[in-house]
Design a protein around this ligand. Structure first.
Ligand code: T46
Length: 294
């Protein structure tokens, strides 16, 4: 798996020029808590030479160009940033070195937390030791899975014949069972279980602690036609703690509320309120779970 993960920004160009957008939850896989930028660089003065324990960042060269070395303690990769329409995702425990700045370079960085010097590892030897200790937390990817350039959090397990396409984001402690397809553009939180036979299409977000039963079907295009793509896919969100029973179908654009429970075989055509138990075709609210029974 490559250390280089590009984030394509939304780019709007018209006669006046270009406008690029990075939104948390859409292009950026974390809540943005800080923005900073490096400018007026000394071309021969490299920067960085540290890793972060937990910080997630997206670096965008909004003017000029520079290079990043990324190092996970096992391999090093060098990448050039010279395109304002895409950012480089730099996750935790990745050593980074920035070099070969052009004089006009402006490097904009979106960060998941405010500045905290305690989150830095600035000693390479200490970083190598920390990555050795952290190896038991590495995600498990079965050798029969096809996993492209994606982000997978600590301790997640990816089983046989799973296909995960470029730029999908999967959190930590997830269990992705055999024969699941996850497209790019999907965001999957922490401690999510996806049972066999599920396709998670572009535009679907599964928040933390979600359970997706076997053969659940998502759809992301309300009016599908062969070889005609919509300009944007409908956004379907399954909120934290929700469970979806086997063989249920979730129509495009629906939000399933936090801790809701969708009965097996249901057809969900409308938003499901938080804590609701829904069942049937079309799915209707049977009852609402109390905080204790959830
Ligand atoms: C990173 C790369 C891409 C602050 O006080 N607040 C801040 O938000 C930042 C980013 C830095 N600082 C202080 C810490 C240092 O005393 O500014 C000084 C220079 O920071 P540093 O030497 O860490 O700068 P770089 O260019 O080597 O690294 C920076 C970020 O620190 C780092 O998180 O990933 O850019």
């Amino acid at each position: 798996m490559s250390l280089v993960r590009w984030i394509d920004l939304k780019s709007l160009t018209d006669a006046r020029g270009q406008l690029c957008v990075a939104e948390a939850g859409a292009q950026v896989p974390f809540t943005i808590r800080r923005v900073y930028y490096l400018c007026d660089p000394q071309p021969d003065e490299p920067r960085g030479f540290h890793a972060h324990k937990a910080l997630e960042q997206v670096a965008i060269c909004v003017a000029g160009a520079c290079s990043f070395v990324l190092d996970d303690g096992r391999k090093r990769e060098n990448v050039r940033l010279d395109d304002p329409t895409r950012g480089l995702y730099v996750g935790p425990m990745l050593w980074r070195e920035m070099h070969d700045f052009t004089p006009d370079c402006v490097l904009l960085v979106l960060a998941s937390a405010i500045y905290d010097e305690a989150d830095y590892i600035r000693d390479y030897g200490e970083f190598i030791e920390a990555t050795k200790n952290g190896n038991e937390d590495a995600p498990f990817i079965h050798q029969l899975a096809d996993v492209r350039e994606v982000t997978i959090g600590a301790r997640s397990r990816i089983w046989q014949f799973v296909v995960i396409l470029d730029k999908a984001v999967i959190g930590s402690d997830c269990n992705i069972c055999a024969h699941v397809l996850i497209e790019g553009g999907t965001i999957i939180g922490d401690r999510v279980t996806i049972k066999s036979g599920v396709q998670v299409w572009d535009g679907v977000t599964l928040e933390n602690d979600v359970f997706i039963g076997p053969n659940v079907t998502f759809a992301n295009d309300p009016f599908p036609r062969s070889r005609q793509k919509p300009s944007a896919y409908s956004r379907t969100i399954v909120k934290s703690g929700a469970s979806i029973g086997a063989n249920a179908t979730i129509l495009p654009g629906v939000t399933v509320g936090a801790n809701a429970m969708v009965g097996a075989g249901s057809l969900v055509s409308r938003n499901v309120p938080d804590g609701a138990v829904v069942i049937g075709n079309p799915a209707r609210v049977l009852r609402t779970l109390s905080a204790e029974s959830e």
